[in-house]
Write a protein that binds this ligand. Sequence first.
Ligand code: PHE
Length: 448
Amino acid sequence: MKREKFGSKFGVLAAAAGSAIGLGNIWRFPYIAGQNGGAAFIFIYIIFVAVLGIPLMISELTLGRHTRANSVGAYKVLRPNSKWKYTGTLAVITSFIILSFYSIIAGWVCAYLQQSITGKLIKVVPSELESYFTNLSSNTGSALFWNAIVIGVTAFIVISGIQNGIEKYSKVLMPILFFTLIALMIRSLTLDNAKEGLEFLFKPDFSQLTTKSLLEALGHSFYSLSLGMGIIITYGSYIGKKENLATLSLQIIIADTLMALMAGMVIFPAVFAYGFEPQSGPSLIFITLPAVFQAMPLGAVFETLFFLLVAIASITSTMSLLEVSVSCITQEFKVNRKKATILLALGVFLLSIPSTLSFGLWSEVQIFGMSIFDFMDFIASYAFLTIGGGLTCVFVGWIWGSQNAFKELTSDGIYTMKGFKVYDFIIKFIAPIAIGLIFLHSTGIIKL
Ligand code: PHE
């Protein structure tokens, strides 16, 4: 079977950056930065992105392009009959689980978008916003309805394949996302007192940093860049030989980091300007922000733009998550794309039901002291993701060989590149050790 390819440079970038830029940037990054003292955390985050994110991004892209295979196939091509293929299987499982709960949050976002458009959300008085949010998330029927919409739209795009689906939609959605973010940023930065929010974001106070925040920054950098779960390997397999993967990696990473910072510049100046607290955690965009929009002139318009932005960011990420398993099933089991996508989408929906219920009927159910949703998040985003990322580094550094990855990076000599020694050292030593630490920490094996 001939492997599909991305059709244009911009298409590849839009799709890959679209995967990276998501709820992680707009929902998670601002609140974990908020909880870890703002600027100092951001500073550390950027260092991790540069030192570990770039080499791992390069490794996954080269692994995919060299083998032109899905995340399981890539290992099978390079080390047939070895156990390495299970690293790919783990990636497929990880992306599948992440999709099952990511789509729930994306569903809330779509519900909020719909209620912003109809003007309902802006009318909710601030003191009621919390119960408004709880009502939405604990009402299993409506949460599942919105979840089904997200999964349905995702499947609709993925069914059409790479060029006619993922690439086509990313090319339209990513520019809309970017310009919406700019518009919101201008709004936020021109509010009276915007300065306070900016100071929070950009003036580092290192006394706030704990070892825990270091590891959190490291973990979030992989999550945000969509590393360690087969996505970038899969997308890499659709990239042509002429593409300069080093430039592409840098572009994805810069775009992702910039969007996270811009999301911070939208959220914090507004939060401070209207006297709200930045540390409110996961409910920041669902409870705090709607109150902020209410206080703002033309708030209803900005509210709609904001939730549109988050909805777009989520969909370009969910399609990459689904593509990992679709690509694997179509290539490894020769199932056609349409059938694979529909079956997998149904599977993801079923898997998301227990997590959805954990906000309502099953809120008392606990697994290792966590709700079902938190448990899924923990298993996938912390445990599996870090194991997957770590094993990928070990595989590329020690098994496939970093010199082979680097050769692929230069497109077999079409481009000349420096920096092999640095790459080699990071991928063989620094990255596996750092990732090992995150793993031990996030699973609670070592406490800091
Ligand atoms: N990178 C995406 C984000 O920042 C999250 C994501 C995680 C996307 C896992 C795909 C897979 O939101």
